[in-house]
Design a protein around this ligand. Sequence first.
Ligand SMILES: Cc1ncc(COP(=O)(O)O)c(C=O)c1O
Length: 445
Amino acid sequence: MTGWSLQDDPEPSGKNFRSPLHPRRPERVVAKNGAIPPIDPRTKEQGRYAHPEGPKRPRPDREGALGMIRPRMREELYINLNPLQRGGVVPAEGRKTAVAYIDGYSTCDYCPGTLHLMKKPPIQDFLKEVAEFLNMDTATLTQGCREAKLIIMRSLTTPGQTILVDSNKHYTTQLAAELAGLEIVEIPNSGYPRFRIDPDGYLEAIGKVKKETGKPPALALLTHVDWLYGNLVDAARVGGICREHDVPFLLNTAYSSGRMSIDGKRVHADFITCSGHKSWATGGGTMGILAMQSEWEKKVLKPSRHHELKPLELLGCTTRGTSALTLMASFPTVKQRVKIWREEVEKARRFSSQIESLGAVRQLGEKPHCHDLLRFETPVLHRIAQKHKRRGYYLYEELRKRKIVGTKPGRTKRLDLSTYQLTKEQLNYVLDSFKDIVDKLSIRN
Ligand SMILES: Cc1ncc(COP(=O)(O)O)c(C=O)c1O
């Protein structure tokens, strides 16, 4: 127990605790009138770079590290723009389930010998639903998206072989390939400012690898939506090319499945990897999904020689606790939310064009944009930092005073954020706040 309660924060305005008992304050009006919502009264360090949940003060009544753990209330008290976190906010039913399954090995009360065959709780049935949802033949749980990628690389390839990846890949793709002892051939992006991946680059790269090694690549991996620019690549085109040339196709959907509908068969995916804590409203640890077509199942989920029920690459059982159950509890919400993906895209586009109208702000990546993850170049904010006494930290602090978090402290050249699942009112408030900061500090500096 960390000893805090909702009573400590009489007006929680965040998404998860919004209720008739806690009406949300009209933040935009407050900002427009110039009366900025007060910062956390427990924080004495007004305007200084400090932790949003309060000052760093040891609690002598609690032992060791426990005394340093602060309540984390980003979703309850702040508007959180962190692009890494928006798709992993857990709905109420997931939160309740997480608490109920918080004990160690909570999935294992009625163990049939391995996690993915578990009937109570109904993990086996849930995995069937997930496979159906992605239009794949089968799905299994992994610790995260990165582990799912590694499992595929390890089970399909041998060290020294070559695989294709896009140059907008996540670092974990590179690490997984390194661990599996693989050579990488990259499909380049179009460079500044759009950084687009051309699906036909895969065709060229397959030809190049064949010419150089005498064999097709052992695997082609595409980052469906990349983590930097939020560009969405035409997976069906890449999948079609791979199918034509007999190259197994892995679609990394860390930022897409769970937010938007994915049809694995339509895009010719042999494998789909997903990140529960990034895009499937999952918390309580990390969580991944590995979905595949049935022809690969025997190879990838091959059992141990010594334990016939235990898939070797999964080391028998993967996520044996809260995160698996949270994923299951949040799944109905995820199934519903993918239906309104178009609205999320519209929201992101509107936000992008409105923040650009501040002047000296430019969205990078695809335009029109097809995802909530946005990167901006922000000379207007950087110019202020050059003269401000707090340098680049002013932005984080000014936003935090206005109850907005999730930007990188000290960074002003670029702004990375996500609009996912934020209301129009919240986004308008964010826009008004940026405007307010620029107006106020451009004149003063
Ligand atoms: C595109 C992409 N793939 C994979 C990952 C890793 O996901 P996980 O934490 O589930 O391993 C990330 C993390 O940011 C990512 O952006």
